[in-house]
Ligand binder design. Structure first.
Ligand code: ADP
Ligand code: F6P
Length: 329
């Protein structure tokens, strides 16, 4: 394809996510295939403001598809919320001949991308976050890997929980969203799952459920707790005091953000990265790429940001039914 733009760049912003490297590789290699020069911007919008810009070639993205994290590194940048710095960033792009930027990040990063567009830089954004908390898309880069990582960790906690006949609270990431917790709840067969979207903070009901389960002969009681609820350690102490059952809390934390991406994350991130490079080559701007209803689609950033989604109520219901959990939906 003869590209409408001569030089494009790629950056990663917000929390890192496994698969970001696959997306970077795809932007670079598809960009080159389209006849563009491709640059890498290090450390997100913060690095852009510091002019941390490097030339990329096909070789510079060799051997990264299987690596977690982001070779460009990432950052959060409060300054970039201000118009003065957004204009400065666009001027820096022009100074380096960058006409189009691919932004890989969450919906906060999309807002940054929208502001680059406002100041004359063509921009396409990709959903990079383990949280799955972006309204316009059924898939985000890194979620699949993070859920698999958390699932494997919870299986291990479950083994020791059974041996010691304990109750175990395992806290998973997701900022304010319960997607990782819900998927682990189903995948690990948890007895209870506490989701920010549905939890009513009725701890007595939870205690009653643990006691009933023990009477029925359950040898462990796994509670997956979402980060949006948090306080797992103090919750464990209260539950142990109320039930008389030894209770431990495990906070999985940042391990969920690392590791080699799954096949799904590699393939979807590669596809999205290539689409982003193609859209820029076609002269398109202000776009977000999503996976919705089984297809890769793209929308204006404003339209994408206005979309809302909820946890799938059927998934929430079966999570409760299959785990015989106490909580109400
Ligand atoms: P994520 O992209 O994962 O949602 P953040 O919400 O932390 O993560 O956003 C990442 C970065 O995007 C911020 O540090 C900031 O630089 C930029 N950003 C977020 N919101 C805005 C905004 N309203 N205007 C401009 N830039 C923004
Ligand atoms: O957005 C991804 C995420 O890992 C959230 O699940 C979590 O709340 C947050 O980032 C943690 O951010 P930090 O890297 O600043 O600790």
């Amino acid at each position: 394809m003869a590209s409408a733009l001569k030089t494009i760049a790629v950056l990663t912003s917000g929390g890192d996510a496994p698969g970001m490297n696959a997306a970077i590789r795809a932007v670079v290699r598809e960009g080159i295939a389209n006849g563009c020069k491709v640059k890498g911007i290090r450390r997100g919008y913060a690095g852009l403001l510091q002019e941390e810009i490097v030339d990329m070639d096909a070789h510079s993205v060799s051997d990264i598809i299987s690596r977690g994290g982001t070779i460009l590194q990432t950052a959060r940048c409060l300054e970039f919320m201000q118009e003065e710095y957004q204009k400065k960033a666009a001027d820096i792009c022009r100074k380096h001949g960058i006409e189009g930027v691919v932004v890989i990040g969450g919906d906060g990063s999309y807002k940054g991308a929208m502001n680059l567009v406002k100041h004359g830089i063509n921009t396409v954004a990709l959903p990079g976050t383990i949280d799955l908390d972006i309204g316009c898309t059924d898939y985000t880069i890194g979620f699949d890997t993070a859920v698999n990582t958390a699932m494997e960790a919870i299986d291990k906690v479950r083994d020791t929980s059974t041996s010691h006949e304990r109750c175990s609270i395992i806290e998973v990431m997701g900022r304010g969203a319960g997607y990782i917790a819900l998927w682990c709840g189903i995948a690990n067969g948890a007895e209870d799952v506490l989701l920010p979207e549905t939890y009513d903070y009725d701890e007595q009901a939870l205690v009653n459920h643990i006691i009933e389960s023990r009477k029925r002969g359950k040898q462990h009681h796994i509670i997956v707790n979402a980060e949006g609820i948090g306080h797992s350690t103090s919750m464990a102490k209260r539950i142990e005091a109320a039930t008389g059952i030894e209770t431990r809390a495990t906070i999985l934390g940042h391990m969920q953000r690392g590791g080699s991406p799954t096949a799904k994350d590699r393939v979807y991130a590669s596809t999205m990265g290539a689409i982003a490079a193609d859209l820029l080559a076609e002269g398109k701007t202000n776009q977000v790429i999503s996976h919705r209803g089984g297809k890769f689609v793209y929308d204006d950033i404003e339209t994408a940001l206005a979309m809302k989604k909820e946890l799938d109520p059927y998934q929430v219901k079966i999570c409760r039914d299959l785990g015989n959990a106490y909580y109400k939906v």
